[in-house]
Structures are given as structure tokens and as C-alpha cells.
Design a protein around this ligand. Structure first.
Ligand SMILES: [Fe+2]
Ligand SMILES: [Fe+2]
Length: 271
């Protein structure tokens, strides 16, 4: 898992470097970037962040590397989302369009916008819900242990402990609600697409999105109080492992909520 993430980050960094070179070169020769690279400009400053990830899933890696929230903040335009970030909008757009050109050239990525609702649900349940079912209870005793051992000298660990367990309860109840009550209604609508079944399938989507916002807000607080999941110098292995796994939890949650908010629920709401 770590190895794959490192490879993805290395690829992004090298592509950002190449993209910056193209951008500077384009400015130098007074041409547009597309003239220099032959690249499509699919995304603009007005494109919405969530839509970009829906069309091009790998955009999530780029957004994440630049601390841009693409799930709960998916309705923001790229211009709005880059306002308070260190990356410039031109650099981000150039890299995004460059990566997208390479993606369309390969065309081997799953396009969730064209997948059936049941295929999306199957993927969510077997990838993201099963990850949470395993990880939330497994990480819990380590979060408690780090608080017990280091809490006296690291006062924020009490808040890490309570926020984590609040998040755990929220996500456990939320995923059970989706699997037991909501997803079956969506699959029923797909089998039998009547207006009545659509009304039933979409009735609770606002409630689910509001629960996503709550979970997003808790993980954001966890990131803030842990200084971007950076353990203190000399931290023990358990401390380091807890922070690393909290960051992985954030990463999986972003992808999970994106698939629900910006693809599954959005497609249903548009019917
Ligand atoms: Fe879910
Ligand atoms: Fe959800």
C-alpha cells in the first residue's frame, strides 16, 4: 500500500516538474501550453473539483497532494479551491490537463460515470466499506494506547482519542445505514425504474451527504491537531504507525465520499 502511494507521489512530482518546464517554455516562446505539448485543455478554472475527479479519477491524487478537498468541497471551482493554496491555478490546471491527456491516451481506467449503479455500489461496499469494517476496530486500541502512554505530555492526544472514536461510531452507523437501507433501494430502482422507486432511492441522499460532511469535518480536525499527521521528533513506532494509518483513513474516506457524493448520488439526483 505504502509502496503504491510512494510510486503515485513520485509520478506526480516528476510530472509536475515536467509540466512546469512546459509551462515556462510556453511562456518563453510565447505560445500556449497546448501548442507546446499537443495537450487537450479539458479542465478550466471554472471546472468543478468533484466533476474533474468524476471524469478523471487520478485527478484525486493531484488534488490530495495540493491539499484540495475533492469530496465534501467537490462543488467548488478549481479557481475557488486553489485560492488559499500554495500551488498556482495555472500550474495546477496545466498539470491536470497534462495528466488527463495521458489518461485519455491509455483509456484503461474504470469510468464510473458510465458504470451501472449496482457496479458502483458493489465497488463501494467491497473496497471502502470493507476497509472501514477492518480498519476502524483494528486501529482503535492503538489510538487508545498512544493516548495512555503519551497523553500526559502530549495534551492533544486526548482530543485525537475522542475525535477518532467519534468518527469510528459515525462511520460504522453510516455504512450500515447505506448497506441495509439505502443501497438496496437504489438497486431496486435500477431493476424497476419507476418514479415511485426513484423517489424512495433518493429520499435520504441529503441526509447521507450531511453525514459525509460531519465525517469530513472530524478528519479535518484530526489533520489540524496532529500537524498534518506529523508525529513529534523521537515518537515511538506505535505513535508513528497511528498517524500514518489516520492519514490512510483520510485518503480512503476522500475517495469513498467522492464516489458517493459526486458520482452515485449526483447521477441519481439528475434523473
Ligand atoms: Fe459509503
Ligand atoms: Fe456514505
Amino acid at each position: 500500500m505504502q509502496e503504491i502511494r510512494n510510486k503515485v507521489l513520485t509520478t506526480i512530482v516528476s510530472r509536475i516538474t515536467l509540466s512546469l518546464f512546459h509551462l515556462r517554455y510556453a511562456e518563453f516562446v510565447n505560445k500556449s501550453e497546448s501548442e507546446v505539448t499537443g495537450m487537450n485543455t479539458q479542465f478550466t478554472s471554472e471546472s468543478r473539483v468533484g466533476d474533474a475527479v468524476a471524469v478523471f479519477p487520478k485527478a484525486s491524487d493531484l488534488f490530495k497532494a495540493n491539499r484540495i478537498d475533492f469530496c465534501c468541497g467537490g462543488n467548488k471551482t478549481i479557481e475557488e479551491a486553489t485560492k488559499d493554496k500554495s500551488v498556482s491555478i495555472n500550474e495546477l490546471l496545466f498539470t491536470l490537463n497534462s495528466l488527463y491527456s495521458q489518461y485519455t491516451a491509455s483509456e484503461n481506467e474504470q469510468n464510473w460515470n458510465e458504470a451501472s449503479f449496482s457496479a458502483i455500489i458493489d465497488h463501494i461496499v467491497h473496497t471502502h466499506h470493507s476497509y472501514l469494517n477492518e480498519e476502524l476496530p483494528q486501529l482503535s486500541p492503538y489510538v487508545t494506547k498512544v493516548f495512555r502512554v503519551h497523553g500526559q505530555h502530549q495534551s492533544h492526544l486526548a482530543l485525537v482519542h475522542s475525535l477518532y472514536h467519534h468518527l469510528k461510531t459515525e462511520l460504522e452507523q453510516h455504512t450500515i445505514k447505506e448497506e441495509v437501507s439505502i443501497f438496496p433501494l437504489i438497486m431496486e430502482y435500477e431493476q424497476n425504474p419507476t418514479p415511485e422507486n426513484l423517489a424512495k432511492a433518493t429520499a435520504a441522499l441529503d441526509e447521507l451527504e450531511s453525514e459525509h460532511d460531519q465525517a469530513g469535518s472530524i478528519i479535518k480536525q484530526l489533520r489540524e491537531i496532529t500537524f498534518d499527521f506529523t508525529p513529534p521528533e523521537g515518537a515511538c513506532r506505535t505513535y508513528q504507525m497511528v498517524y500514518k494509518r489516520l492519514e490512510e483513513l483520510e485518503s480512503d474516506l476522500f475517495q469513498h465520499v467522492h464516489l458517493e457524493n459526486n458520482i452515485l448520488f449526483k447521477r441519481l439526483s439528475a434523473l
